[in-house]
Design a protein around this ligand. Structure first.
Ligand SMILES: Cc1ncc(COP(=O)(O)O)c(C=O)c1O
Length: 392
């Protein structure tokens, strides 16, 4: 596990998380715990594959061949018991670009698209940027955990004649890994009203013990045809800068439309090194991933326990997946601007503003635990010390 304890400086590597932090927070001392990437090195099998490819020295036009598709299909079957036809795969530089393409291909200007809020901020912009309307089905925070309001989900779909649903599973930022019954209920409603399901499953491999990720498309034959799944090895193996992802589209007509759209935007191939990394990660990354999950689980429990034991003003909602913890800071009794200021200026930690995920995120902040334990300890101590100082 030592590889996950090594503190590797990312400053000066054009890292959004570390190099942008200074500009953003205007303070060198703020510890960045925001952007969803990890402060861990990718598996050495991936680095070696990239080195070997780099040594070749020629980086001309590259085709994503059947070998990469085989790595993907094998990974999905092995990790998620989801058997797919390699022909269903379309490559994409990222899940966000995919969402833009899918919305433009399968909906019309003026259409309504439903999302479950609070949610990853680009879910709003990928809809609005193309003249479509956002319909919100707010998640309900019950005691300990977020749940889906199915009645509201169906009502909004009917009332707004919704044509598409963008599902986030596992859910960023609330950390839910949707259960089979929950997915089935949502799927039944979508099938009943002919709503296309776009399932963003970028966090699918980051699942804690006691939870199982179920690809929405794997629920049934009908679900498979109704669903377009966005996936990527970039969160799992810390490869976001290499921009390699893919979309699984079992419905032939939808695939044709989406592929045409990718082609019309000139997006015909992937980055050479991104492809190499994706293949190596899926072929050789399983053992590394199981070690990573052990480390993340230790971090999740550590952070939860420390807040639980040392302050009643912040509680950590139980994460079933992802390395992003959703902190309920409402007991601090600050408005959002004050909460943000407090975290930056008093605690000196760079967290994601809960309100950026939607109005339901007010009073919350998001903390990234994918960093060596020493960084996590430092960050949590900073927050708890600042809270105690306030409460004196
Ligand atoms: C739910 C979700 N979707 C998509 C992305 C970004 O995907 P990409 O970097 O492939 O565009 C993120 C990154 O945090 C995410 O959390």
């Amino acid at each position: 596990m030592e590889r996950f304890e090594e503190v590797v400086s990312r400053k000066g590597t054009r890292s959004v998380k570390w190099d942008m932090a200074e500009d953003l927070y205007q303070d060198k001392e703020v510890l960045p715990m925001w952007v969803a990437d990890m402060d861990f090195k990718t598996p050495s099998a991936v680095t070696n594959a990239i080195k070997e490819r780099a040594e070749h020295g020629i980086f001309g036009y590259t085709i994503p061949d059947d070998k990469v598709k085989a790595s993907i299909t094998h990974w999905l079957e092995n990790q998620h018991q989801w058997k797919i036809d390699p022909e269903w795969i379309t490559y994409s530089p990222g899940v966000i670009p995919s969402l833009h393409m899918i919305i433009q291909s399968l909906t019309e200007i003026g259409d309504h698209i439903i999302i479950q809020t609070p949610v990853y901020p680009p879910f709003y912009s990928v809809i609005k940027d193309h003249g479509r309307h956002v319909v919100q089905n707010p998640l309900q925070l019950k005691e300990e955990q977020y749940e889906i309001d199915f009645a509201d989900f169906e009502k909004k779909i009917k009332d707004h004649n919704v044509s598409m649903f963008i599902l986030c599973n596992p859910h960023n930022p609330v950390g839910r890994v949707w259960k089979k019954e929950e997915l089935q209920k949502m799927m039944d409603i979508c099938l009943k009203h002919d709503v296309k399901v776009v399932s963003d499953e970028i966090h699918a491999d980051l699942i804690y013990h006691g939870n199982v990720h179920i690809p929405a498309a794997s629920l049934s034959e009908k679900a498979s045809k109704q669903t377009i799944t966005c996936l990527s090895p970039t969160k799992t193996f810390n490869l976001a800068g290499l921009q390699a992802s893919y979309v699984v589209i079992p419905d032939g007509a939808a695939k044709k439309r989406i592929d045409r759209h990718f082609k019309n935007q000139g997006m015909l191939m992937l980055n050479t090194l991104g492809l190499t990394a994706m293949e190596a990660a899926y072929d050789h990354g399983e053992e590394w991933l199981s070690q990573l999950m052990h480390v993340l689980e230790t971090h999740r429990d550590y952070v939860t326990d420390r807040f639980h034991n040392e302050t009643s003003s912040i509680r950590v909602l139980p994460a079933e997946g992802t390395y992003l913890l959703w902190l309920d800071c409402r007991e601090l009794k600050m408005d959002q601007a004050e909460l943000k200021r407090f975290m930056q200026k008093e605690a000196k930690v760079g967290l994601n503003d809960g309100a950026s995920f939607g109005e339901e995120g007010e009073g919350f902040m998001r903390l990234n635990i994918a960093a060596p334990k020493s960084i996590i300890e430092d960050g949590v101590s900073r927050i708890i010390t600042a809270v105690k100082k306030r409460e004196q």
